[in-house]
Design a protein around this ligand. Structure first.
Ligand SMILES: C[S@@+](CC[C@H](N)C(=O)[O-])C[C@H]1O[C@@H](n2cnc3c(N)ncnc32)[C@H](O)[C@@H]1O
Length: 302
């Protein structure tokens, strides 16, 4: 198990870093153990989060590929460019001009492998605690962290429901999570509890521009999509939970250039989830994915 963050549920973390929790755990652990050392010359938390230094590409690439599929990025480690399924830097470019993170303690719920945490540090955040119950993504973070050695960006194998009740953050991100929640308003209420008075929330979701959409069965081949809210619904939930200054920051259709299969994510991606005769629709006949970002503030006195 990697270094633990004091005050966070240790036992749960230890249970998850275990072969009884995931059958591939030992293989992933072996991949981390096989990562070659690099004399790091420079780290960069820009669009491509990268570490410069000289190392033989073949063993490095082989070890990193054991951690397939790489979904969020891109990263570059020495000579190896990890071309992830998502151009997460494009999402960040849409968000970043609206954010102020200097000296902030940030919680990133459903952080994946922690890509956005590096970007938040680039903006001056003091510390980012990412949580994600998908163990593979936590282990991808460890691979990157092995080279970065910057312990201001954490990725813990925890669910939002497991964050200690007393934790409060200057800024709370929930991106790509709410449509997977059976009770989305309860999720927004959790966001309120986790935000310190005067702090901010950033909430990102696939949205339905024609009013709330409750898919029957799958949406864009994804199971467990319970509700695609309208942007207005996201803002109403924030207000109802007690947030003020609720604002829509961005609405963008997801393109097959932003989310696609690559050498680092061999499975099918957005292209195969769209109707081949009409890419405005998913294969199930719903509107193709559009994502929105909203932000709000917890009142200083609340
Ligand atoms: C669609 S991905 C979004 C990743 C990233 N935030 C982004 O915007 O690109 C949703 C993530 O939420 C994580 N997740 C699922 N259930 C969760 C829970 N109960 N608490 C925190 N994260 C969860 C999944 O493992 C997955 O990595």
């Amino acid at each position: 198990m990697p270094e633990a963050l004091p005050g966070w549920p240790l036992q749960l973390q230890a249970q998850r870093y275990n072969k009884n929790h995931h059958g591939d755990y030992e293989r992933w652990r072996a991949a981390l153990a096989a990562l070659p050392e690099i004399q790091v010359q420079r780290t960069d938390y820009g669009d491509t989060v990268s570490v410069s230094g000289s190392v033989d590409a073949a063993p490095l690439s082989a070890a990193l590929k054991e951690l397939h599929p790489w979904r969020k990025g891109p990263f570059r480690i020495g000579p190896v460019h990890i071309d992830t399924e998502w151009r997460s830097d494009w999402k960040w470019a849409r968000l970043q001009p609206h954010l102020q993170l200097r000296d902030a303690r940030v919680l990133d719920i459903g952080c994946g492998n922690g890509y956005f945490g590096w970007r938040m540090l680039q903006m001056g955040a003091a510390e980012v605690i990412g949580i994600d119950p998908t163990l593979l993504f936590c282990m991808q973070h460890q691979a990157v962290q092995f080279y970065m050695q910057d312990h201001r960006n954490w990725v813990l194998p925890l669910k939002v429901e497991e964050v200690p009740a007393t934790c409060r953050f200057d800024c709370v991100f929930s991106m790509g999570v709410i449509y997977h929640r059976r009770d989305p308003f309860a999720h927004v209420q959790q966001l309120f509890e986790l935000t310190r008075p005067g702090g901010r929330v950033v909430l990102e979701s696939i949205v339905s521009l024609d009013g709330n959409l409750q898919p029957r069965g799958r949406y864009a081949r994804m199971r467990n999509v319970w509700l695609l809210p309208s942007p207005g619904q996201l803002l109403s939930w924030l207000q109802a939970a007690g947030f003020t200054a609720c604002r829509l920051l961005d609405t963008s259709a997801t393109t097959v250039q932003e989310q696609r299969s690559t050498g680092w994510m061999h499975f099918e991606s957005l292209q195969q989830a769209l109707d081949p005769d009409n890419p405005q629709l998913t294969v199930e006949g719903y509107p193709a994915p559009v994502r929105a970002v909203v932000t709000a503030q917890r009142p200083v006195t609340a």
